[in-house]
Design a protein around this ligand. Structure first.
Ligand SMILES: *Cc1c(COP(=O)(O)O)cnc(C)c1O
Length: 374
């Protein structure tokens, strides 16, 4: 089925620019393995995030998450846990299991949609000794307003705070610092469906220069130059052509983010705030899409079907939550996850495109307002 307003409409650089870049790649005869484009892109990422940071690019965020757990904690023996929200994308909990740890699912706050810090704190103060770390998710790439409290909690219990900020390249925390600057490291995805899109790609950003070196070795089979494999690794390298697309995307990315924020704010201004609950922080994020909470499941279903009937490809994210997916059904749940269940039953993800036309925006807003007035 094709929609008048598709859920995602990535904007890629003009083909003449990418053609020019591809000719440079052919000229240099260097297609992958940390070539000139990758090194330039990696530097551009650290310039973008801020002084004192290091970046390791990856072929996608999933291998970046695998690398982060391995390089920060090493392999587990299947007995230790990593605190992670169930309201996230399955790649995070999967990276935990691939590295020999168990996901310990915590709930989310039903207003901010961010992981519930009270759950994490209760797990840590309970005296259980199996918690090896925290894999926070910046929900939908929105900067967590309590990021400082999370960092304090992690310090207090001496566990590493790793952050999956997959969709959050371009987002800011409440104090205006960029998403990417928190915890031991933060992970970004540059998948075609994210606001910063290069096709397949990702990056880890960290203050820790040694960690950045280990992350680069991990994605190169665990090789240390001149020695061979010194650690467990895989092939997770970013190709030159994707790095070239990233460099082009960066040239116009601030405008892209601003444009997406205008659309999200436009939705919020044109619907009843007593009915539609947009998560705080959305408008300071890179806005991968505009998630909105309805008061009840019945109303969500009504609004969702009105949107679909109007040709608007709205979706439900993250749904099902990870604990409700068969592979993770047996994983430990720290709490009842009632907030997660409630949000999954009431949320809608609205399409947001860069430079969305006012006709497309109007179609979305009209359907939202009609859907609630039935
Ligand atoms: C998209 C996403 C991922 C996976 O990113 P890929 O680059 O496709 O591997 C991981 N975590 C979250 C929260 C995501 O939104």
């Amino acid at each position: 089925m094709s929609f008048e307003v598709p859920f995602i409409r990535p904007v890629f650089p003009e083909s003449r620019l990418i053609g020019y870049d591809f000719d440079r790649i052919v000229e240099s005869n260097w297609y992958t393995n940390f070539g000139p484009m990758e090194r330039k892109f990696s530097e551009a990422i650290t310039d973008y995030i801020g002084e004192g940071f290091h970046a390791a690019t990856f072929n996608n965020a999933t291998s970046a998450l695998l690398a982060v757990v391995q390089c920060v904690l090493g392999s587990g023996d299947g007995t230790r846990s990593i605190i992670v929200p169930s309201f996230t994308f399955a790649a995070g909990p999967a990276a935990i299991e691939w590295n020999g740890y168990r996901p310990l699912f915590i709930d989310i706050d039903v207003t901010t949609l961010q992981p519930l810090i009270a759950d994490a704190e209760a797990a840590l103060v309970s005296g259980r000794t199996d918690v090896a770390g925290i894999l926070l998710c910046n929900t939908f790439g929105i900067g967590n307003a309590e990021i400082n409290q999370w960092q304090q909690l992690a310090r207090r219990f001496e566990v590493p705070l790793m952050v999956d900020s997959a969709a959050g390249f371009g987002s800011r925390y409440d104090d205006a610092t960029r998403v990417g600057t928190a915890g031991v490291c933060e992970v970004f995805s540059f998948h075609a469906t994210k606001p910063f899109a290069i096709g397949e790609g990702g990056a880890v950003v960290t203050r820790d220069a040694d960690l950045a070196v280990r992350l680069r070795e991990f994605q190169n089979f665990g090789f240390t130059p001149g020695i061979g494999a010194t650690a467990l690794g895989l092939n997770g390298k970013l190709q030159e052509i994707n790095a070239a697309i990233g460099l082009r995307q960066l040239e116009t990315f601030d405008d892209a983010v601003a444009s997406r924020q205008v659309i999200a704010r436009g939705y919020a201004e044109r619907v009843d705030p007593a009915v539609f609950g947009f998560p705080p922080g959305l408008f300071a994020s890179s806005v991968c899409f505009a998630s909105v909470l309805l008061p009840t499941h019945a109303l969500r279903e009504q609004v969702l079907s009105t949107l679909l009937d109007a040709g608007v490809e709205a979706r439900v994210y993250y749904a099902p939550a990870v604990h409700a997916q068969p592979r993770f059904a047996a994983a430990e749940r720290f709490s009842g996850l009632s907030g997660t269940e409630s949000v999954v039953s009431r949320i809608i993800a609205l399409p947001v495109h860069q430079n969305m036309t006012s006709a497309a925006m109007g179609r979305v807003v009209d359907a939202l307002n009609r859907g609630t007035s039935k």
